[in-house]
Design a protein around this ligand. Structure first.
Ligand code: MN
Length: 230
């Protein structure tokens, strides 16, 4: 992030290229809480491997994918995904998968919080959820049903569509809602790496647990700021 901002508006000369080579444009964000902060719902070992190994691999592979084209390293991951169709064909699949993995997980960590701080949807988001899904319990059961129904690896997403309406849908692999010009508010990762150590094949048990550790203050605030830009 910092490197990208430093390079913004600066001609990519030889010196900058040396910096670029030593310090790739995308980096793993720090987890905003301890590995064990989501216990007993999400175990520390899963969090450590998921963040340090899986998310790191998406970051590393994204950096590799764009290494041959420094102009791509000056874009944010959001810009890369939203503008995928205008990128060089040769990098599209990797940016979709690895960039999607980087963006999706960066948001995912922020949308989780220790159970004691999980809270409830509030303000405009609470009203919009009630309007769209009936009430918050109905929303949660639809979210769990959608996530439970993903075949293979993927995510369930609550997003704002381009008209500002709430949508609940699913996507395979690391396909980000940004690809469809939706603006994601909350994603539930249902890749087996997100739950297999603790829950093995019991995805429904993982889903019952993860809804206890959603950071509703963050998601409510994200809704407020994104809805303004509809
Ligand atoms: Mn994951």
């Amino acid at each position: 992030m910092t490197r990208r901002m430093l390079l913004k508006g600066v001609a990519i000369g030889a010196a900058a290229m040396r910096v670029y080579a030593a310090d790739p444009p995308f980096s793993l964000p720090k987890l905003p809480y301890a590995y064990d902060a989501l216990e007993p719902y999400i175990d520390a070992q899963t969090m450590q491997i998921h963040h340090d190994k899986h998310h790191q691999a998406y970051v590393d592979n994204l950096n590799k994918a764009i290494a041959g084209d420094p102009s791509l390293g000056k874009m944010s991951v959001e810009e890369l995904l939203q503008g995928l169709d205008s990128l060089p064909v040769a990098v599209r699949t990797q940016i979709r998968n690895q960039g999607g993995g980087h963006f999706n997980h960066t948001l995912f960590w922020q949308t989780l919080a220790p159970a004691a701080k999980s809270g409830k949807p509030s303000g405009e988001l609470a009203q919009a959820l009630n309007r769209t899904f009936g009430d918050q319990e109905k929303f949660e059961s639809q979210l769990r049903a959608a996530a439970g129904g993903v075949f293979g690896s993927g995510w369930a997403w609550l997003s704002l569509d381009p008209t500002g309406k709430l949508v609940l849908d699913t996507a395979p692999n690391q396909d980000s809602p940004l690809l469809a010009k939706n603006r994601p508010l909350l994603g539930i990762d249902v890749w087996e790496h997100a739950y297999y150590l603790k829950y093995q094949n019991r995805r429904a048990d993982y889903l019952a647990a993860i809804v206890k550790v959603i950071n509703w203050d963050f998601v409510s605030e994200r809704y407020r700021s994104l809805a303004r830009r509809a």
